[in-house]
Design a binder for this molecule. Structure first.
Ligand SMILES: [Fe+2]
Ligand SMILES: [Fe+2]
Length: 271
């Protein structure tokens, strides 16, 4: 199977670019399944139902979230009727929505998508290591699903690498999100799980992690309230990762980073 994971969409510029480019990428690479992180899609903070529908209509099969999952409070309501929107699985029990789901891909295969939050330099939450074991126990790769994609939304690279190694051989892909900066450590781990500690973002990199640089930078050196943070609106780099899996095992054959458009050096998979 051919899978695409796209990092955090930031604001209007990020989502407009992705919605515009995704149909062509999907066709060109003959993608079977696409996951997009949408936690910053609405003005940098959360996601609305309208935006969620637009991203799905552009060719995403599932949308994952992160620490900004419920910044738009309407998400607390519409997530219950939108099975393709996945919030972190290690939120407290009783949180609306679901932390994992199985979807049918374009080729008929079953794809498990799980979203978890890390705990290093993040809010205290349930243990993401224990939490995913429940999901994988209920839906093992090769038995309950043909591919498994894990979005581990976390700050610390160490925690992300530890996570990848801990579940190496049990899932197709462990990809990090949240830092908005694409890492260059993409690899197929020894057990067959594709890994990249951060997918990067869909946003303007002439910014501070996607937000307009003047307001965002002054927060680090002034102790006065400044301008409201707003997404940068220049040319967008669509960042993500491309993974090809083995149909027999569901494990990864290769992983390649994607950086398309905007200011970052360009990277596209050879398909
Ligand atoms: Fe983010
Ligand atoms: Fe985040």
């Amino acid at each position: 199977m051919r899978l695409l994971f796209v990092g955090d969409i930031v604001g209007r510029s990020g989502r407009t670019a992705l919605i515009h480019r995704l149909p062509a990428l999907r066709a060109r690479w003959r993608l079977d399944f696409v996951v997009v992180n949408g936690e910053n899609a609405a003005g940098g903070f959360g996601i609305t139902e309208t935006i969620c529908e637009e991203v799905l209509a552009a060719g995403a099969d599932a949308i994952t979230l992160g620490n900004h999952a419920f910044d738009q409070r309407e998400a607390l309501v519409f997530i219950e009727r939108q099975p393709r929107l996945i919030r972190p699985a290690n939120y407290p029990s009783g949180t609306p929505g679901r932390g994992a789901n199985v979807f049918e891909a374009a080729n008929g295969a079953r794809v498990l998508v799980i979203n978890l939050l890390g705990r290093v330099f993040m809010d205290a939450l349930d243990d993401p290591f224990q939490r995913i074991e429940q999901e994988l126990g209920a839906c093992p790769l090769g038995v309950g699903c043909d591919a498994a994609i894990v979005d581990f939304h976390a700050e610390a690279t160490s925690e992300k690498m530890a996570y990848g190694h801990s579940f190496d051989g049990q899932v197709s892909l462990v990809v990090g999100t949240h830092t908005h900066c694409p890492s260059a450590d993409h690899q197929v781990l020894p057990g067959g799980t594709a890994f990249q500690s951060d997918a990067g973002m869909c946003g303007d990199y002439d910014s501070v992690i996607g937000m307009a640089k003047e307001g965002a930078a002054s927060r680090f050196w002034r102790k006065m309230p400044g301008e409201r943070l707003a997404p940068a609106d220049g040319e967008v780099t669509v960042c993500g990762t491309f993974v090809e899996t083995d149909d027999a095992t569901g494990l990864a054959r290769r992983i390649e980073p994607i950086r398309q458009g905007g200011r970052l050096s360009q990277a596209m998979p050879k398909v």
